[in-house]
Design a protein around this ligand. Structure first.
Ligand code: 5GP
Length: 217
């Protein structure tokens, strides 16, 4: 395996958050398409009802409250949170298995969950997707038309609070133009994959191979 490949061979964990309507789902979907099978978007478990068109095991694993609480008690979640009165969580085993197989894993999760990952997995990369303005966010949430007026208001007031957490993240990506935002996320991933603090043994071996080749002249 060549040096470049060996750097890319290590799975990294990327955590993506942002207020509802900021576009993180769309960005994650496009980024996954571009990364192909080197990356995997973690499928969360939730106790909320499936929306129209959502498929169990694809969009979420839809669990009952009892099933979810059972998994909490078995330490089955890398993180979990209660969002809008429903549980959402990331399976610890799924994430660890994928990372070990060398895949990059992406978690599209809320801030409470992201802060838990930061505590237990500080080497993860934290990306926050920002809407260009509150007006644009409101228009996006209203235009989506899947939620009631009450839910929209709840999401807007929550968004204002959530945005203040951007400082806890490593990167802030403004989703004013989708292509630019996707490009920003791709650039973050690319850069994170070649950080010297994650290239590890391969870089050490490379350095010593240079020393050896000079010694052998
Ligand atoms: P929705 O119900 O619209 O699919 O998601 C609502 C919120 O839950 C979003 O902010 C989404 O990022 C968050 N979410 C989805 N899956 C998880 C998860 O596994 N853990 C946490 N903490 N939040 C999640």
């Amino acid at each position: 395996m060549d040096l470049r490949e060996s750097f890319n061979n290590k799975g990294r964990l990327f955590v993506i958050s942002g207020p509802s309507g900021a576009g993180k789902g769309t960005i994650c979907g496009k980024v996954m398409e571009r990364l192909g099978d080197t990356a995997s978007l973690s499928v969360s478990a939730t106790t909320r009802q499936p929306r129209e068109g959502e498929v169990d095991g694809v969009n979420y694993y839809f669990l009952s409250k009892e099933e979810f609480e059972g998994r909490i008690n078995n330490n089955g979640f890398l993180e979990y949170a209660e969002v809008y009165d429903h549980y959402y969580g990331t399976s610890r085993e799924n994430v660890m298995d994928k990372l070990e197989s060398g895949k990059d894993v992406f978690l599209e999760i809320d801030i409470q969950g992201a802060m838990q990952v930061k505590d237990s997995f500080p080497e993860a990369v934290f990306i926050f997707i920002l809407p260009p303005s509150m007006e644009v966010l409101k228009a996006r949430i209203t235009g989506r038309n899947t939620d009631s007026e009450e839910v929209i208001d709840l999401r807007m007031s929550k968004a204002a609070d959530e945005i203040s957490y951007v400082e806890h993240y490593d990167y802030a990506v403004v989703n004013d133009d989708l292509e630019t935002a996707i490009g920003d996320v791709m650039a973050i991933i690319r850069s994170e994959k070649i950080r010297t603090d994650f290239t590890g043994d391969e870089l050490d071996e490379y350095i010593s191979s240079f020393g050896d080749s000079i010694g052998n002249r």
